[in-house]
Structure formats: C-alpha cells, structure tokens
Design a protein around this ligand. Structure first.
Ligand code: FES
Ligand code: FES
Length: 139
C-alpha cells in the first residue's frame, strides 16, 4: 500500500465519521456475514431539499478491516446531499476516492461499502435491523 494511502487510512481511523447504529434511519443495508467477519451495515436517513429526496445522514458498523472502516467513514460523508439515484450510481472506487486509489487486494473492502449502500437504497422502506451484537469468534 502506498504511504499516502496508508496515511489517509490512518487519518480516517483516528477520527472515523458516522460510526454506529442510527435509530431514526429510514433505510438499512447489510452485506457479508457476521460469522466470517467481512460484514458491513449501513443506515441511511433522508430529507427533503428543494423538492428532492436526498441523503441527510448515513452511519455504519462493520467487522471488516481498517480499510473498510476508512472507506465507510469517507463514503458516509461523500453521499450526504445526494439523491438515492445519484448514490446508487457510485462504485466502490467512487466511494473510496477521498482516500485515493486502493490496491487490488483492498478493492473488496470498498465493494463491501458499496454493497451495503446499495442494499440500503434498494429497500428504502425496510425497517431498521438490529445492530450486530457481537464480534466474530476467533479460532
Ligand atoms: Fe463469506 Fe466473507 S467469507 S462474506
Ligand atoms: Fe475484508 Fe477489508 S473488509 S479485507
């Protein structure tokens, strides 16, 4: 991983944005499995702005790696103010762009964020699911 990317990831990890369950969320999306650890859940709240429905706020929880946390942190900031359609058009690469290009082995971490966001926006009327309660068991 490049030094610049590593520095940006560390910076995001020092002060990750939008971590945690959002009880007032309008939508929730989950990808991966709690069992294997690569799991990410995202909560999204909408608001009306100039007659358009836009993302007011998004939060996340994950058992993914540090890169997944860093991408989710920047992505939840990036999507604020976007319509669901605009947010749905964003790829993992777009969502992680504030960190810079990811190495091939880390692209999956950004795809986890993309998957959770798409899952949330695909079912906007789903009730919020409970937050993951426990970390995966290490063996
Ligand atoms: Fe199944 Fe990670 S191994 S989601
Ligand atoms: Fe699986 Fe980053 S979330 S390696």
């Amino acid at each position: 991983m490049s030094d610049d990317l590593e520095a940006k990831i560390q910076e995001a990890l020092r002060n990750p944005q939008n971590v945690g369950e959002m009880s007032e969320a309008d939508a929730v999306g989950t990808v991966g499995s709690e069992g294997c650890g690569d799991m990410l859940r995202m909560w999204v709240k909408f608001k009306e702005e100039n007659g358009r429905k836009v993302i007011d706020k998004a939060t996340f929880q994950t058992f993914g790696c540090q890169t997944a946390i860093a991408v989710a942190s920047v992505a939840t900031e990036l999507i604020r103010g976007k319509t669901p359609t605009e947010a749905l058009s964003l790829s993992g690469e777009d969502l992680s762009a504030p960190l810079g290009p990811l190495p091939p082995m880390k692209i999956h971490c950004a795809q986890l964020v993309e998957g959770a966001l798409k899952d949330a926006l695909a079912g906007e009327s789903k009730p919020a699911a409970p937050a993951p309660q426990q970390a995966p068991t290490l063996i």
